[in-house]
Design a protein around this ligand. Structure first.
Ligand code: ADP
Length: 455
């Protein structure tokens, strides 16, 4: 197949299409998977920050002083926190105590602001160079100078007494703000890892896809190539078959033209040959046309109920004379009950007559031919059995091929075109039936046709 330019090009084009479609599907699903993984990690991360902030918020609020300098209280409540504008020498973090069992504790930091946004206290592991002013945005993501990203959550703190007094006087509604944040380094590293896996995995997957596309396109092209080859062979065979009778016909006509008109006996014999060759050509062309029509399935609309009993009886009667002339005994066995099939009577007639004609041609005088019709398992079975020359087992699988003859010369002499069995098979297949053959060299052959009976 690869040696043929057209097929090679089609195969390459098909493989490229397969590979591109698969590549697009792969990249879309890879990208989608990456996005959903990143999104679910991000959601989990925000939920964790929120839950830590909630825990701290709930445990802090009841202890917050309503007014005055909160520093002594903060120092008492959070001894590990660094206080703003004071030296910081804490060695363990408050967050470690409050987030036990929740997550990697060293990754979190907290910051406390008063209601004006002034920084009161912070955990010592907070990102360097973080401004002391408050950004009231609920969620913030920022990158520090060393390239590490942080994500931060801000929540309002109220003290129990401020709540009460807010309604009594014009005291500010909030006590201050709590910020809980964490480094995004592990999150970014995980995303990077997934990206790397995708970047390495994608070309590998694409390579496997390209290989399998090449193989798949080969599979897809194979039946087309075989059919093309068969068609080529058929055209060559048909041309070859037509050439011989045409050449012989032309030679005879040339000879006729050279013979003097007075020699009418010679001319008559030659014209007989012309007629014979012309008829042979006509049969061949008709057979080719019939095969082509059968291939296009143009007959299926003309199907109707056909009585096979009548068909076999008619054929037996028709061939009896030929069999007698060839000194062959011809028997037929048809059941009393009529067997019907849905089909084209003319074609079925042609198929069975081809089998009987072959049986007569390939059975020497003194032989015997049996034609039987039966109904078996909802199908009509026609058997044509002869005691003729038989077919070698090595040839059996080829005899249904177009123009195939077991013994070319002998078959040609009997008037055979080598299309008889191909036509039988095409007709029976068009009727959704099967034709099989068993044969033994020198002992005879048996052709069995199965046709489905209508329900
Ligand atoms: P042809 O027109 O040459 O007979 P067919 O297609 O009918 O071509 O048959 C193909 C070949 O199968 C024949 O050339 C012949 O050798 C073989 N064949 C067909 N029927 C029989 C048979 N009943 N007995 C022996 N050989 C047969």
């Amino acid at each position: 197949m690869n040696s043929h330019q057209l097929f090679r090009r089609s195969r390459v084009r098909l493989a490229l299409w397969y590979a591109s479609v698969m590549g697009v599907i792969l990249s879309l699903s890879g990208f989608g998977m990456y996005r959903s993984l990143v999104q679910s990690n991000w959601t989990a991360l925000e939920r964790e920050i929120e839950s830590i902030a909630g825990t701290l918020h709930d445990s802090l609020e009841p202890m917050l002083p309503a007014s005055g300098d909160p520093t002594p209280v903060l120092q008492q409540v959070f001894p590990e926190l660094c206080l703003a504008e004071q030296p910081c020498n804490s060695n363990s973090t408050l967050i470690e105590r409050h987030t036990i069992g929740i997550s990697d504790r060293s990754t979190y930091y907290i910051r406390l602001f008063d209601y004006r946004g002034k920084l009161l206290a912070f955990s010592p592991n907070q990102p360097p160079s973080l401004p002391n002013t408050l950004n009231r945005e609920l969620w913030q993501t920022f990158r520090t100078a060393d390239g590490i990203r942080y994500h931060q959550f801000t929540t309002i703190l109220h003290s129990a007494s401020v709540h009460q007094r807010f309604y009594d006087s014009n005291v500010h509604p909030s006590w201050g703000y709590l910020q809980v944040g964490r480094t995004l380094a592990p999150f970014d590293a995980e995303n990077q890892r997934i990206l790397w896996i995708l970047m390495v995995g994608f070309p590998l997957a694409l390579f496997v896809v390209a290989l399998s596309s090449w193989w798949l396109s080969g599979l897809a092209m194979k039946p087309i190539y075989l059919s093309y080859q068969r068609q080529q062979q058929f055209t060559a065979d048909a041309a070859h078959e037509l050439r011989s009778p045409l050449a012989s016909l032309l030679a005879t006509v040339e000879a006729v033209l050279r013979v003097p008109l007075s020699n009418s006996q010679n001319i008559y014999a030659m014209l007989n040959t012309v007629e014979r060759q012309g008829r042979r050509l006509s049969y061949l062309v008709n057979d080719l046309l019939l095969l082509s029509n059968l291939e296009q399935n143009t007959f299926s609309e003309q199907f109707h109920l056909c009585c096979l009993n009548d068909l076999i009886n008619d054929l037996s009667e028709e061939f009896l004379e030929l069999a007698v002339a060839a000194e062959i005994k011809l028997f037929s066995e048809v059941p009393v009950d009529s067997i019907y099939v849905l089909g084209n009577e003319q074609q079925l007639y042609r198929a069975v007559s081809n089998l009987i004609a072959n049986a007569i041609h390939y059975t020497p005088s003194g032989g015997c031919i049996d034609i039987t019709l039966q109904s078996r398992d909802r199908s009509a079975v026609i058997t044509v059995k002869d005691t003729g020359i038989g077919i070698a087992s090595t040839e059996l699988f080829r005899i249904f091929e177009r123009f195939y003859r077991v013994d070319g010369d002998r078959s040609r002499k009997t008037g055979g075109t080598g299309l008889g069995l191909a036509i039988v098979q095409a007709i029976i297949q068009a009727h959704r039936g099967t034709v099989t053959v068993t044969s033994e060299l020198g002992k005879g052959s048996q052709f069995i046709v199965h046709l489905p009976e209508p329900k």
